[in-house]
Each structure stands twice: as C-alpha cells, then as structure tokens.
Write a protein that binds this ligand. Structure first.
Ligand SMILES: [Zn+2]
Length: 395
C-alpha cells in the first residue's frame, strides 16, 4: 500500500493498494506527503548500437567534435570495432540502465550503412526477445538516404521479416524527393512503419520534413511516420512554419525532439558560444495537434558524450530549453511514445492493470523537475526493483 501519494492525471492525494502484482485500488486519501507516482517511461528514439563508445573514441581522437558530420565520421571509425559481443555488451548495459530508471518501452535505431544486414541487427532482435516483459523494445533500421535506391527494397524486406520499423537519414541529399518516395513505396510494399532522422542541421535549404509530410499524405500513411530532429524547423517562423506543421498534423506525422544531441551539436563552432539552439519548435507543433514526443537519442557516443537513458532528465532539460510546461509534457516521455510503439507498459495507472509505475520522492511535478536527486522507486508487477536484485539478475 502506498499512502497519500499524488498521482499524475488525478487531482488530490490517493492510497494505492496493490494485490497480486496489480493495482487493486486507487482511493482518495486523507494522508499527504506520500510522494508522487508517474507511469513508467518510454524512450522512442535511442541508438543502442552506438552507445557507450565515447570512452574509446575520446582516448584515441581527443574527442574533437565540431558538429554532426564530425560525429558521424568518428562513429564510422569506431564501427570497425563493432562485433556481436561488443555491441551486445554495450546495448545490455544501456537496457539495464534504462530499466533501472523506470523505462518500459524503447525504440532503438540500428545503423544499416551497407546493403547487407549489419551485425548489430540480429543482436538487437535477440535482445528484444530476451528483454520482452521488462522493456518492450522496437527496432528501426537507420539507412543513409543515398543507400535507398540501391538497397532499400532488400533492407525493407528483412526489416519486415523481423518486425522492425524502416528508417532513413535525410539531410539535403541529392534527388531527395525520389529517395523519400522510394522509402514510402517500400513501406507500402512491406507494410512498415517509418522513422526518419530528418533535417538535423540549420541550413535554410534543409526541408526533407515537408517532403516526408507530403508523401505521408499522398500514401495515406497517417500515424505510421515519425520524424526525428527536424532542427531546421527552428529557423523558420511565421506562416511558413505554421503551414509546415499544420500539414504534418493533417497528414498524421509525429515529431520527436532530441534536445540533448541537438543542444550539443547544433550551431557548434570552435571558440564560439551557441546562438541558435536547433530544437524543433515544440510548442507550435503541439498546438497544431501533432503527436509530439521527447527522447534520449544518443548516450555516451560521439553525437552526445553524456546521458544515462533517463527520459525524465531529458524533460528536465527541455523544460527551460524549450519553455515547456511540465504538466503538458510528461506524457511526451511516457504514454504518448508508448502508444506510438503499441505498448501498454507506460500507460497511466489504472485499477485492475499491472502495477507498473514509478514512485518519486517529490511533492508534485514542479518539485520533481526541480530536484534531479529526488528519490525514485520503480515498481514492476507490484514489486519495487531493488538495485541489488537487478544486479544479481543481470550478473
Ligand atoms: Zn538519432
């Protein structure tokens, strides 16, 4: 029994009774100061194949990262060290960290840079099975846009066979419209959801977003297309921005912002403080009715050397960086991405459902945002995860 807790989405204070791993009762309480309860968290955009490489990248190269394309070059170099054992060890560490933080749903991108299947893909397929029940893990192939004409069809076939999502990286590619169109035709042929890294930069001309939105409408792929980054939307304003976002909302395209990586890489010039922050305009996007989410993106790699798979820390950063109201945006790291990934694991608390939630030692959401060291206990099927038990299970 948890007594006198604040529950996100319900006014007042409540006693939560748990029986047989399920929530038996949520009843108004006379008690106060019992802390706060949120759903589990969902992280809709991470990179488990790249993660935890920054130590070795840094040691050899002095980690001079001046922008996105330096980071890409450094990861390409590190990729030579990738084999199944290395990838598995790093990805498992990430999954353990996320699970301990209260993450129940995750979508990882997996670099797919040549026509043949990358070594990371079957490793992630295995991990998805091994972690099932603890973390609902989705896999998205991340294909360089220029590889699509040559290899897109074969990749899409394999991704469909393994129940994955098809993704591509687009940034001012030559013949961009044709390549975007090809991705959609493969999605239709193999019945695939899509997930793009698009316009991750601050060039005025970067507008893959509009092409993707138009293709989504044309192909009737509503609620199946997620755009990540869309940094160049941050340098549009007025009618041009509004038209683009309205069209995205009408087409059923969702947006995920990745504040840590964008703040780290965008407008990065040696010796200069950043002026343009590169995060897609979240308030305007939400106002159009678009599905908008926040996620971790890179953790401990050349794109972002920090992070620890805690979506709540991403929200803490985004609140001041993007002027977000926490009460409007908690769902952007919980229920919304969970539903997008067709998972129930980060749904709001409900009587009769499995007792999966997070208890926080915080009076309310503002207090939780304010204090990064607020205590946190993750409940899975009614039992608190203890760090020690987790360690033993994973040993
Ligand atoms: Zn990413």
């Amino acid at each position: 029994m948890l007594e006198g807790v604040a529950v996100i989405g319900r006014p007042g204070f409540h006693d939560i009774r748990i029986a047989g791993g399920r929530i038996a009762e949520i009843a108004p309480s006379a008690a106060r100061d019992g802390g706060m309860v949120t759903p589990l968290l969902a992280d809709i955009h991470v990179h488990l194949d790249k993660t935890y490489t920054i130590g070795r990248i840094g040691f050899e190269r002095g980690a001079r990262i001046e922008g996105l394309f330096d980071a890409i070059a450094m990861m390409d170099e590190d990729r030579r060290r990738w084999n199944a054992a290395d990838i598995r060890a790093r990805a498992e560490l990430a999954l353990r960290q996320a699970h301990a933080n209260g993450v129940g749903v995750m979508r990882t991108h997996v670099d797919w840079v040549r026509p043949e299947m990358p070594e990371a893909w079957p490793v992630m397929v295995e991990l998805r099975r091994e972690w099932s029940g603890r973390i609902d893990l989705q896999l998205a192939a991340l294909v360089p846009g220029d590889l699509i004409p040559e290899a897109g069809e074969g990749i899409a076939r394999r991704v469909a066979r393994d129940g994955g999502v098809l993704g591509a990286f687009f940034y001012r590619n030559a013949a961009l419209a044709e390549k975007v169109e090809a991705v959609f035709s493969h999605a239709r042929a193999f019945d695939l959801d899509l997930d793009f890294h698009v316009d991750e930069g601050l060039d005025e001309e970067a507008d893959g977003f509009s092409l993707i939105v138009a293709a989504t409408a044309r192909h009737g792929w509503a609620r199946r297309v997620l755009c990540g980054h869309a940094c160049s939307l941050s340098i549009r304003s007025g009618e041009m921005l509004k038209c683009g976002l309205d069209a995205a909302a009408d087409a059923g395209v969702a947006l995920v912002a990745l504040p840590t990586t964008n703040l780290y890489l965008q407008d990065r010039r040696r010796g200069c403080a950043p002026r343009r922050r590169g995060i897609a305009p979240l308030a305007e996007a939400l106002a159009t009715g678009m599905t908008v989410m926040l996620a971790s993106d890179n953790v401990a790699d050349a794109f972002y050397p920090y992070g620890d798979y805690d979506p709540l820390s991403v929200l803490r950063l985004a609140v001041p960086a993007c002027h977000l109201e926490p009460s409007d945006w908690l769902e952007a790291i919980a229920d919304t991405p969970a539903r997008w990934a067709s998972s129930e694991l980060a749904a709001p608390l409900a009587i009769g459902e499995a007792a999966n939630f997070i208890w926080h030692d915080a009076a309310d959401l503002g207090d939780l945002i304010a204090r990064p060291r607020a205590g946190r206990v993750v409940y899975r099927d009614g039992s608190p995860l203890s760090a020690e038990a987790e360690h033993r299970r994973n040993a």
